[in-house]
Design a binder for this molecule. Structure first.
Ligand code: SAH
Length: 254
């Protein structure tokens, strides 16, 4: 029996935002591998083995999945959102790149998911409607000064930003420092969105101006989105405004 490895993005939380392709892969898997809150989102299936881990060692998890697949198992590695966005897909390919030569012959399939930035942007209107970037504020895998440099470059380039992993208990000051850098470049009224637990029952979305953005509003389930000078609000009676970034951009607004 030859093994199989799916790398599956489960979407932002709501089961309706998981693709049918992801659901089909999960139904065929003999083994599930992932961080336990994500494995917990997959309905239990008799006979399917669940390797849920609570550590954050993604490379170990990737090696476990590859080892099982090499033994002939049909393994699904699960991530939230899209597996290729600050998640398990790159960990698996790092493991293949540096690991057993036999792993290169494995049948690996990456199943796309709806990333938090797409779910949040859809709730708002068209926040990512023009050029944008995604930056993780975690400094687990890159130095913090590099994060600040990328934020500065993105603001100077007029890009809308989706900021993942905005803070943790170990580094609560990161988001405050990030806002500090952005305030040096962007207009004080640039829209900032705190989108927490998007598509889940406790979803909370707040729109503020950069000058008033309070880093304490964010937690690890929050995506922080920062508009460019071009990003606009459309007021609506009794409802949250639409927020969108128009398709046209002028040199002066960058
Ligand atoms: N692969 C995931 C991202 C994993 S990094 C994706 O594509 O969405 C984890 C970070 O993603 C969190 O710190 C948060 O910034 C963001 N995130 C994940 N799910 C979210 C949700 N439902 N609502 C808001 N942000 C979310």
């Amino acid at each position: 029996m030859s093994g199989k490895l799916w790398i599956v993005g489960l979407g932002p939380g709501d089961a309706a935002m998981q693709t049918p392709q992801a659901t089909a892969a999960l139904a065929q898997a003999t083994d599930l591998v992932g961080y336990f809150p994500y494995v917990d989102r997959v309905p239990q299936k008799p006979g399917q083995v669940r390797h849920a881990s609570d550590n954050r060692e993604e490379l170990d998890r990737a090696r476990l999945a590859l080892t099982l697949a090499a033994q002939g198992r049909a393994v699904a590695v699960v991530s939230s959102g899209d597996a290729g966005v600050f998640a398990m897909a790159s960990a698996v390919f790092e493991a293949i790149d540096k690991g057993e030569p036999a792993w290169r012959a494995l049948d690996v399939e990456v199943v796309a998911g709806i990333s938090a930035m797409f779910a949040a942007a859809a709730r708002l209107g068209a926040f990512l409607g023009h050029d944008f970037c995604a930056i993780s504020l975690s400094d687990n895998l890159k130095p913090w000064p590099l994060v600040l440099r990328r934020l500065r470059a993105a603001a100077e380039a007029g890009l809308v930003m989706a900021l993942y992993n905005p803070l943790s208990r170990a580094r609560p000051w990161h988001l405050a420092e990030a806002f500090g850098v952005l305030r040096e470049i962007l207009p004080p009224a640039a829209p900032v969105v705190f989108a927490t637990a998007v598509s889940r029952p406790d979803e909370k979305i707040d729109i503020v101006e950069l000058a008033a953005a309070d880093p304490a509003r964010a937690d690890m389930r929050t995506l922080v989105m920062v508009g460019s000078a071009a990003t606009r609000l459309i007021a609506r009676p009794g409802q949250r405004p639409w927020v969108y970034t128009p398709r046209f951009a002028e040199e002066a607004s960058s």
